[in-house]
Each structure stands twice: as structure tokens, then as C-alpha cells.
Design a protein around this ligand. Structure first.
Ligand code: ATP
Ligand code: MG
Length: 591
């Protein structure tokens, strides 16, 4: 055992190791980006099950996205292959769904209840509220309340109840119900809550700073005050307040779980010193972690973060495309200051090493146009749920009635057809040329969708739960386009944060003056920039356009006020010439 113990904790630094080695009780790991929080959590789990004799079936790891859950599952499968299959690695939503499936009877649902897609939700909400506009408002409010009928606006309270009733009559739940219903169920049935506490004795939650009220209630039901709960996060990366997340839960962890051990990680293994310093300068004015220490471990990348002032969004996109070409062509950055040319810092880069991050989905259009003009391959992390894609919906409706064992031929046909719709997104090289049968399809989907064989029920849930992450492949040889929100937890050697403009970052409705903007909102926007900047390993470019089309008309805009907090010691304007020069015959200069 000693030999294996050394190998499992060996890849950790002393602080990480200490955190991973805590035997029991509540633990709070608070640390900045790139300090190995997720890695520590993964190794801690591996260590517990393989070396501390903890039964994997007693372990529950909660991640923020399905993609993160898949990655953790993959890593654990590699670290502790014998124990990994027994572990539960879930998002709050998939955990909630699992509880509802297991307890459907007590939750008043049928054995094959379905998850309503957006179109069904809207239709039912419109019917309940009388018109579409009110219907939309009902859904938005309900999401903010996370599915609860309590606290609806007085004029919508009756409609909200009618909507819920209509869902249940059709044996449907919606996305918001996936947390709310299990909470209600466990609160009303202490015996059940106790059974789940007994089952999930070891719980860890990554990105705890973005837990919302309902998720928090679920956690409190599952984890006793002295339980083995490990919470990991960074308050400065709290970016989901608009969706009801509350960083306050993180900040009061030690009141909720008295006696919790607290661990801080201070070494950053991701970013260059310049990127780290610039990021810390960006967050400093409103940091929630004063006095935090964050030391760069790597000595890589140029000495400066590039700032590119573009005339408009088209020029900004051209800059992105040109810089990708330059870096792929082996160009290096030449800093006048240090006179240093890093000859191998661009060595071995491929398209998948580049990410373009933006505040609003609309900005992707201009970037895609620029990459297309340059003939560069890209993939956008899309935000529609798979269940909301055309064609998938009738399939799900049919699957809802399909018996769990052995599907009628027409269902199999439709399953294959839907699987193909998903498979379009899987690179050709990976799937081969053959006509794909349903078993192969499900096999191909498994690493992405966690789909389990031909178990239709599971597969249907996977499709219904399949949020944006399922169609985005971090390994595909393409430039990634993502919103700042979707980039959470990820890292790329080269990162562009485009649209660093006042009104876009921080985001403001055109016509709304900065004075009328909620201060806390602006703080969250700053954290969003911090999240974006800290995704970068070696190269970071921040760009802004002097003019941009918003809401249908061209508008002038000033650089983001956040950029003013970056010192000249770590940032330099990248010359416009860089965007015009041909690759290979020159270097991209930082002026
Ligand atoms: P974020 O706040 O962005 O979620 P994080 O704290 O979860 O970041 P990780 O993603 O776990 O950080 O780790 C960041 C990078 O540093 C990863 O590439 C990881 O493999 C690497 N890393 C972490 N710890 C170590 C270590 N002890 N030795 C070498 N590399 C490490
Ligand atoms: Mg992480």
C-alpha cells in the first residue's frame, strides 16, 4: 500500500498533498486559478478509494459542468482503474436526476418521466400565463427561483402553479425541477435523506463559489455539519450570480461546517509570470481574497500580455486570425524591454491550443467570419441544449414511452438517427466512414455522453441533460470559440479575450449609463475578465474595438475600464502592423 500511496500523491506539491491527505471531516480548499484545485480533488478521491480503503460507492464528486465530470471520470479511470467505476461523478443536475429516477414514486412521477425541452416549456408556460411574453417571464422567474413556485410575482403566481401542474400532468419535469424536487423530497422525508447521507459519505464539490441556493440546500441535506465534505473554489472566480449563485455560501463554509480544515494553495502551474501578474492586477480593485499569494511555477511565454486596439470588430477578428497564423508559423514575440526572443515558446502549437473568449455569444459571428476569411478551422462551444435541437425532440418524446428493455424498431431507427445528428459533431477521423449502427453510435457517444450501452432510459437522460459541453471537443484540431462563462476551469496555451470594451466588459445595455449599473454586477464582470485571463498558459491577448455593431447599429466604445488597472510592466500594445504582416517573414512585435 505504501508504494502505491507514494505514486498517487506524488504528482502533488506539499500543500496539495496535505489537502489530498486529510482523512476526514469538512475541508475547504481556497485557492486561485491554476493552482491545481481540480487536480488535487481528483487525486484526493483516488487516494481515498485506493489507499484509504474508502468504498467508491460512498464517494460523490460534484463538478460544475458535464464536461468537467467527464474529464474527472477519465482521469480517475486512469489513476485508479479498479475503483473508478464505483464512484459517482455528477453535476448537481445529473445528481438530482438520479435521485428523482430512484425515487420517482415518492416524488409523484412515473417510472419513465421525461425532461421538458425548451419548446415544451415555453408552450406550457404561454398557455398558463395567457400570452407568450408573460410565459417567457414566468420561465425566467422560475429559473431564477430555481423551480420553486414560492416567491413568484403576484400576477404570475397562479400561472406558475398552472405551469407546474401542466408539466406534471404530462409526467415531465423541467431543468429547474431537477434540483428543487429532490430538495423538497429529502426535506419532507428525513428517512430518505438519511439513506442518501449514508450512501454518499464522502462528498467533494469543485467550483463551490458558484453554488446557488437550491444546490446549497441539497448539499446541506446530503452532508452533515461534521461530514466528509470537501469544498474547493476561488471566490474571485464567482461568475454565476445572475443565475442565482451566491459566493456567500463559500465565504461562510466554516460557519456551516464548524471545525473545517482550511487549505490554501499558492503555486500556479498554469500561467506565465506576466499573465499571472496582469490577472492579479485586473482583479485587485475588488478582490474577495485580499492578501492572496499566487506564485508562477513556470518560466514560459513572453514577458508581456498583448493589448490590441482594433478599429472595429472586423479588424479585431483579422488580428486574431493573423496572430494564430503567426504563432503557428513559428513566429516569436520580441519584447523590446527584455530583448528576449523566445525561440521555442511557440514550438508544437496546434489549432486546439488557441481559444477566443468573448462576453456575449453575438461576438462570435465576427470572430468566425475572420477565421473563415483566413481559412482557419474553428469550433464554437454552443449553448443550446441537445434536447432543444430540431429533430431530437420527437425522438425524446418517443423514447419516453419506449419500454426500458428492447425498443421497437422504429425507436431504434430514430435513436440511430438522433445519434447521427450528434455524431455530425464528432470528427470524421474518429468515427470512420462506415454507416454507423445504433450500438456503434452509442459506443461513440459514451466518452462524451456517458451513455450506458443501449440502456435507453440512461441514453435519453443523457440527451436531455446534454448541455452545450457535449458538442465541443477540446481535442479537435480547431481554434475554440467560447464565452467567458463557458471557459471556466479550462486552460489553453494561447488565449484571446476579445471585446474588452466599456459596455461589453463590463456588459451594459446600450443606453444605460455606468452610474445606473449595480456595483456588484460590475464586480462580477471584473471577475469574468479575471477568469478569462487566467485561462492562458503562455500567450494572452486582450483586444478592444473602437467601433462595434450592437443592437443593429454601429456604436463607438472606449476600452474597458478594467484595462486601466493593468500596469505597463506587464502589458504592451501589440502593433497594428502585426495584423497586416504575412506569416513566417516577420515577428509579431510588441510595441
Ligand atoms: P481553475 O481555478 O482555473 O479551475 P485549478 O486550481 O482547478 O484552476 P487545475 O486545472 O487543477 O487548477 O490545474 C492547473 C494546471 O496546473 C493543470 O494543467 C494541472 O495539470 C497543472 N498542475 C496542477 N498541480 C500541479 C503540480 N503539482 N505539478 C505539475 N502540474 C500541476
Ligand atoms: Mg479547476
Amino acid at each position: 500500500a505504501d508504494h502505491r500511496e507514494a505514486s498517487l500523491l506524488d504528482g502533488l506539491d506539499p500543500d496539495q498533498r496535505a489537502a489530498a491527505d486529510i482523512t476526514g471531516g469538512p475541508v475547504l480548499i481556497i485557492a486561485g486559478p491554476g493552482t491545481g484545485k481540480t487536480r488535487t480533488l481528483t487525486h484526493r478521491l483516488a487516494h481515498l478509494v485506493a489507499e484509504r480503503g474508502v468504498d467508491p460507492r460512498h464517494c460523490l464528486a460534484i463538478t460544475f459542468t458535464r464536461r468537467a465530470a467527464e474529464e474527472m471520470a477519465e482521469r480517475l479511470a486512469a489513476l485508479v482503474p479498479d475503483h473508478a467505476p464505483g464512484l459517482t461523478i455528477a453535476t448537481f443536475h445529473s445528481l438530482g436526476l438520479r435521485i428523482l429516477r430512484e425515487q420517482h414514486d415518492r416524488a409523484g412521477l412515473g417510472p419513465a418521466f421525461g425532461i421538458a425541452d425548451q419548446a415544451t416549456r415555453l408552450a406550457l408556460a404561454t398557455e398558463a400565463a395567457g400570452d407568450e411574453k408573460s410565459g417567457r417571464r414566468l420561465l425566467a422567474e422560475r429559473s431564477r427561483r430555481r423551480g420553486s413556485d414560492d416567491g413568484a410575482s403576484p400576477d404570475l403566481a397562479d400561472a406558475a402553479e398552472r405551469y407546474t401542474k401542466a408539466l406534471r400532468q404530462r409526467d415531465l419535469v423541467d431543468f429547474d425541477d431537477l434540483i428543487t424536487l429532490p430538495v423538497e423530497l429529502l426535506e419532507a422525508a428525513p428517512d430518505l435523506a438519511a439513506a442518501y447521507r449514508d450512501r454518499f459519505r464522502w462528498i467533494s464539490v469543485d467550483e463551490y463559489q458558484d453554488v446557488d441556493g437550491q444546490q446549497y440546500r441539497l448539499l446541506r441535506l446530503l452532508a452533515p455539519a461534521d461530514g466528509h465534505l470537501t469544498a474547493i473554489g476561488d471566490p474571485d472566480q464567482a461568475i454565476y450570480r445572475f443565475r442565482g449563485a451566491d459566493v456567500g455560501f463559500f465565504l461562510r463554509f466554516r460557519e456551516d461546517f464548524p471545525g473545517a480544515r482550511m487549505v490554501r494553495l499558492t503555486r500556479n502551474y498554469r500561467s506565465s509570470a506576466a499573465i499571472l501578474t496582469a490577472s492579479l492586477q485586473a482583479i485587485a480593485p475588488t478582490t474577495l481574497v485580499p492578501g492572496r499569494e499566487l506564485r508562477p511555477m513556470g518560466d514560459h511565454g513572453p514577458a508581456r500580455v498583448g493589448v490590441y486596439p482594433a478599429a472595429d470588430e472586423r479588424a479585431e477578428a483579422s488580428f486574431v486570425a493573423r496572430t494564430v497564423e503567426l504563432l503557428l508559423g513559428g513566429a516569436s514575440f520580441h519584447s523590446f524591454d527584455s530583448g528576449r526572443i523566445d525561440s521555442d515558446e511557440t514550438h508544437g502549437l496546434g489549432f486546439s491550443d488557441f481559444a477566443v473568449l468573448y462576453r456575449t455569444d453575438r461576438q462570435a459571428e465576427a470572430v468566425m467570419a475572420g477565421l473563415t476569411r483566413a481559412g482557419l478551422p474553428f469550433q464554437k462551444r454552443s449553448h443550446d441544449r441537445l434536447a432543444d435541437r430540431p429533430g431530437v425532440r420527437p425522438l425524446l418524446a418517443e423514447l419516453a414511452f419506449a419500454p426500458a428493455a428492447g425498443a421497437p424498431a422504429s425507436v431504434t431507427e430514430r435513436l440511430r438517427w438522433a445519434a447521427e445528428a450528434v455524431i455530425e459533431r464528432i470528427p470524421r477521423a474518429e468515427r470512420g466512414e462506415a454507416e454507423v449502427d445504433v450500438h456503434t453510435a452509442v459506443d461513440l457517444l459514451r466518452p462524451r455522453a456517458e451513455a450506458c450501452g443501449t440502456d435507453l432510459e440512461r441514453f435519453r437522460d443523457e440527451l436531455a441533460l446534454g448541455v452545450e459541453v457535449d458538442t465541443w471537443d477540446p481535442r479537435a484540431d480547431r481554434v475554440s470559440l467560447l464565452t467567458l462563462h463557458a471557459a471556466k476551469g479550462l486552460e489553453f496555451p494561447v488565449v484571446f479575450v476579445v471585446g474588452c470594451e466599456d459596455g461589453l466588459l463590463p456588459l451594459r445595455w446600450p443606453g444605460v449609463s455606468p452610474e445606473d449599473t449595480d456595483e456588484e454586477e460590475v464586480r462580477e464582470e471584473r471577475r469574468l475578465l479575471f477568469v478569462g485571463m487566467t485561462r492562458a498558459r503562455r500567450h494572452l491577448f486582450l483586444s478592444h474595438a473602437a467601433e462595434r455593431v450592437r443592437q443593429g447599429s454601429a456604436r463607438r466604445s472606449a476600452p474597458s475600464p478594467f484595462l486601466a488597472d493593468l500596469g505597463a510592466d506587464v502589458c504592451e500594445r501589440v502593433g497594428a502592423a502585426a495584423a497586416r504582416r504575412k506569416p513566417r517573414d516577420t515577428q509579431l512585435r510588441l510595441l
